[in-house]
Design a protein around this ligand. Structure first.
Ligand code: NDP
Length: 268
């Protein structure tokens, strides 16, 4: 039996175990997936070897460190410097990023007419996602409460601003909560005065958090906008991670169906 884990802090909310275990069972793969609350990101690499696991997903707040912990990186992970999927092969750690293609697929399936996207938040998930959206023809602006994390985006040519420098002259079509605000608290990702303006002007709002209605999504609905939470992104990034975990043994659609069933069971 191969073991897999999700590392994060917090990690108790994660639906990755139910998704992956459902797919292992449905497809007859001898795998078992659990969760591990990791406080110190620097322990990640040692934990993978110590626990003898075959692979892992990495969630908040360890993705940037996971990038540094790998021996080999695929081209996209190398480019975005953020890893959410690790596979151990021959005592080497291979790193991938499946969040960004997962988000892109969820966004495309949402069918919003418009390409101007505003990110609230500039962490590991925003980093990879901004790059894939840019490569797919979207015009992404990144805002964050503190300035340090905006450097990554400035270097890559994105428009950026801190919440103090807020500017709505672009009239964004889609506003995305890319922060963890609302995950374990009830906070909005940015000052309400700013959020009111950007949401009112937008066509649709997306939150990457799943499993609860965050204050951001609640406000978006109150302002009459089309909304989407992070469930589809979760599903699509999970299918891609599963393909890496099982070395492409299964068809994308059969993994998707099995994972969907797992998610449905967990919310029924
Ligand atoms: P990081 O820890 O790398 O970054 C966190 C970001 O959130 C930073 O920009 C930080 O700003 C900001 N932030 C945190 N708390 C607040 C707050 N109270 N108010 C304003 N800004 C805040 O996290 P990740 O990028 O890895 O993850 C972000 C979110 O994406 C998480 O909620 C995670 O659960 C979700 N996610 C969902 C996935 C899915 O499949 N649906 C997949 C991957 C992630 P600052 O720089 O100022 O600290």
């Amino acid at each position: 039996m191969e073991q897999f884990l999700i590392f994060g802090n917090p990690v108790s909310h994660s639906k990755s175990p139910i998704m992956h275990n459902s797919a292992f069972k449905a497809l007859g793969y001898k795998g078992c997936y659990g969760r591990y609350k990791l406080e110190d990101a620097q322990e990640l690499r040692d934990k993978v070897f110590e626990l003898g696991i075959k692979g892992a997903n990495i969630t908040v707040p360890h993705k940037e460190y996971a990038f540094k912990a790998c021996d080999e990186l695929d081209e996209f992970a190398k480019k975005v410097k953020s890893v959410n999927t690790i596979v151990r092969r021959d005592n080497k750690l291979y790193g991938y990023n499946t969040d960004a293609p997962g988000f892109l697929k969820a966004l495309e399936s949402f069918g919003v007419d418009g390409k101007r996207v505003l990110f609230l938040g500039a962490g590991g998930t925003a980093q990879s996602t901004a790059v894939i959206l840019l490569e797919s023809g979207y015009d992404v602006t990144v805002s964050n409460r503190s300035i340090a994390r905006l450097e990554y985006f400035k270097e890559r040519g994105f428009d950026t601003f801190t919440y103090d420098e807020f500017d709505n002259s672009k009239h964004f079509d889609i506003v995305v909560n890319m922060t963890s605000a609302g995950l374990k608290d009830d906070s909005l990702p940015a000052p309400k005065s700013m959020i009111d303006i950007v949401i009112s002007d937008a066509k649709a709002c997306i939150d990457v958090i799943y499993g609860k209605e965050t204050p951001f999504l609640k406000l978006s609905k109150e302002l009459g906008k089309a909304t989407k939470d992070g469930s589809d992104m979760l599903l699509y990034q999970g299918v891609l991670a599963f393909e890496h975990f099982t070395d492409y043994k299964y068809e994308y659609d059969e993994i998707l169906e099995a994972m969907k069933r797992g998610l449905e069971l967990s919310s029924s």
